[in-house]
Write a protein of this length. Structure first.
Ligand code: CA
Length: 236
């Protein structure tokens, strides 16, 4: 089986060592870069499966690294940063990062995020996005028929709710910011679209999720956005 290779971009040696030792212990290959230039060159020449990216790099901001890498590839980028502000996370996600972890992080969490990203990539490579049917546990979206069923029962969604769930499903595993979602659905991201998003997301969730498991399919990132998680990653 193909051993996944992770590019670890981190200028702080103790943190870099913690990450690489964790990866090695769990059977992953890795490459390292201590600055942004080296990160971009290694991403281009070695085509890693996933990039772990620190934002505070000595030569350039990590967000610039994301933008550069995104000019040619959709390889998953997981930001690992000490910047914990919502604005920083949103900026990194809107630049094209898939996910973020705030330092200090737990290695279990790091490995869980890595598995989500690898699965997302594997599905993309299988061309699943071309399939007219999306399945996530007991949730099935038929894009051709524009129907959504849960536990075999069809959900009666409004057109906006359908667009919302389709957008999240197309980007399964990836954190989508509020502004990304409102621009995709309404073409704008003013306070009025943000308010609409909250309303439609609440009604969608009511139809989708039982009270005991409010985050069964759609994970909320408070102040940031939403992500559809594979049922098994959400602890199904
Ligand atoms: Ca740093």
């Amino acid at each position: 089986m193909h051993k996944a290779t992770i590019l670890v971009v981190e200028d702080d040696p103790p943190v870099r060592n913690l990450i690489t030792i964790t990866l090695k212990t769990h059977g992953y290959d890795y490459l390292t870069a201590g600055n942004g230039q080296s990160a971009i060159m290694q991403a281009a020449s070695h085509r890693p499966d996933v990039v772990f990216l620190d934002l505070g790099l000595p030569d350039m901001d990590g967000v610039e690294v994301i933008k550069k890498i995104r000019t040619w590839t959709e390889m998953p980028i997981i930001v690992i940063s000490a910047r914990s502000g919502e604005e920083d996370k949103i900026e990194a996600l809107d630049a094209g990062a898939d996910d973020y972890l705030t330092k200090p992080f737990s290695v279990e969490e790091l490995l869980a995020r890595l598995r989500v990203s690898l699965r997302r990539m594997a599905l993309l490579q299988q061309g699943r996005e071309e399939s007219p049917v999306f399945t996530n546990g007991s949730l099935v979206i038929n894009y051709a028929a524009e129907t959504v069923t849960l536990d075999g029962k069809e959900l009666h969604l409004t057109p906006i709710e359908y667009k919302l769930i389709s957008l999240l499903a197309h980007n399964e595993g990836k954190v989508l910011t509020y502004s990304f979602i409102t621009k995709a659905i309404w073409g704008d991201a003013t306070e009025s679209e943000m308010a609409s998003l909250r309303v439609f997301m609440a009604t969608l969730r009511k139809k989708l999720e039982s009270g005991e498991r409010p985050q069964r399919f759609i994970q909320t990132h408070i102040g940031i956005g939403y992500r559809m998680l594979k049922a098994e990653d959400a602890g199904e």
